[in-house]
Design a protein around this ligand. Structure first.
Ligand SMILES: NC(=O)C1=CN([C@@H]2O[C@H](COP(=O)(O)OP(=O)(O)OC[C@H]3O[C@@H](n4cnc5c(N)ncnc54)[C@H](OP(=O)(O)O)[C@@H]3O)[C@@H](O)[C@H]2O)C=CC1
Ligand SMILES: O=C(O)CCC(=O)C(=O)O
Length: 378
């Protein structure tokens, strides 16, 4: 991105905020992409994100995710560039609190957890500016990461997509790239429903076992700060070996651009589910589509965490949340894959068409809107 307006189109981003406070090393980028349906929900990502244009892409994914899931919200993102040490580190707490404080008057931005942040960070933010979703139980939250809201949704997207792939979940071989909140819960739901998770990677490497990995053991290893490769079972491989393992279903649950034009030809799966936001660029999705591999786009498959967070914000309980995630994600996956089957549309194109409908409609009612046809009111 050469100019800050390079990413601008008719939908946004409406605000790009850069925060820099040298005394505490606070360096953050906050984007409100579109808030036509309601205040933007933005994940707090404490991770190295390369550029403002990448932040804009992630914020747009959130806009589409909210709209497709019928949530009264727009999309955004807050990237806090990491400092040394863990999230529990007081220095980091200070920076998260400073970020939240700096956005106290930005009432169109509500924080939710994303990579590198959790319910504790949301509690700090809530304490500073009152606008955070995904809170701890003690503050009225329902511990979304522990119930695995995102993984529950990924499981349902996978299950519906399999009908279009011609094979069943039972005994299907799954590889999961990334074994954090999303990867762990996805593995758990898929394995509980008959899939065989043969490969899992994290930043330390890949673990492979053709007869299936022990998910509970690997979750315990991660809880103790280890890597999946610390397991005594299975074969230890290089981190990126996960991309070319033989499998039926490949789940991208690590980060942005896990698969690119360079390595997409190595994927052997018949179904790819994008659990991580922006995990495949459109060119890689097109390549897979032309090869007959179904690829369920991020903002359709991984909306579970966001649906849960928005419902928790309005006081819904765990049963209501799990049922809404199931219903919305199954419905949307079905709709887009039907378009793919009948019209040959790319899954992402079908998904964008589905998501932008309410946004375009709402923009038509508003005075300040690039798409407004109500020209006489400006
Ligand atoms: N949390 C949520 O509810 C939701 C998250 N998402 C998206 O899902 C993705 C994952 O989020 P989340 O699970 O919360 O993040 P976490 O930080 O909890 O987990 C990320 C995982 O990816 C691993 N990882 C990082 N880089 C690589 C790599 N190059 N190869 C293999 N593994 C790698 C990490 O390894 P290690 O453990 O060694 O650090 C970690 O296991 C993000 O893109 C996020 O935006 C989407 C919807 C909801
Ligand atoms: O609120 C959550 O738990 C996750 C939302 C999010 O960051 C996402 O959907 O990418």
């Amino acid at each position: 991105m050469r100019d800050i307006f390079d990413a601008a189109d008719e939908f946004g981003p409406t605000r790009i905020i850069h925060l820099w406070e040298p005394s505490i090393g606070l360096k953050a980028t906050v984007i409100i992409d579109n808030n036509i349906l309601g205040p933007a929900i933005g994940g707090l990502r404490i991770a190295a994100v390369a550029s403002t244009s990448e932040c804009c892409r992630l914020a747009r994914t959130m806009t589409l995710k909210c709209a497709a899931a019928d949530l009264p919200h727009g999309g955004g993102i807050a990237v806090l560039h990491p400092a040394p040490g863990s999230l529990e580190n007081a220095y980091n707490q200070h920076r998260v609190r400073a970020l939240a404080g700096a956005l106290r008057s930005e009432d169109q931005f509500i924080f939710t957890p994303d990579m590198g942040s959790d319910e504790t960070a949301m509690a700090w933010i809530h304490d500073e500016n009152g606008r955070a979703m995904g809170l701890p139980r003690e503050l009225g939250g329902i511990a979304l990461s522990r119930i695995g809201a995102a993984g529950w949704g990924i499981y349902h997207a996978t299950e519906v997509a399999l009908r279009y792939c011609g094979f069943k979940l039972e005994d299907a071989r799954v590889v999961i790239q990334g074994f954090g909140t999303v990867g762990q819960n996805t593995a758990r739901y898929l394995a509980e429903n008959g899939a065989v998770v043969v490969g899992i990677s994290d930043s330390g490497g890949t673990l492979y076992h053709p007869r299936g990995l022990d998910i509970a053991e690997l979750v315990a290893l991660k809880k103790n700060g280890g890597s999946v490769t610390d397991s005594t079972e299975g074969e230890r491989l290089a981190r990126d070996a996960a991309v070319h393992l033989d499998c039926d279903i490949w789940i991208a649950a690590a980060g942005t651009d896990a698969i690119t034009q360079v390595n997409v030809d190595r994927l052997k799966a018949r179904l790819v589910v994008e659990a991580a936001d922006a995990s495949l660029p459109p060119s890689a999705e097109r390549y897979l589509h032309e090869k007959g591999v179904i690829c369920v786009p991020d903002f359709i498959a991984n909306a579970g965490g966001l649906i849960g967070a928005a419902m928790e914000y309005r006081g819904a309980n765990k049963t209501q949340i799990l049922s809404a995630i199931k219903e919305k994600i199954r419905r949307n996956t079905e709709k887009i894959l039907q378009s793919v089957e009948t019209d040959g549309t790319l899954p992402r194109e079908a998904a964008i068409q589905l998501a932008i409908k309410p946004i375009v409609k709402a923009m038509g009612y508003r005075r300040w809107s690039g798409l407004s046809t109500n020209k006489g009111t400006a």
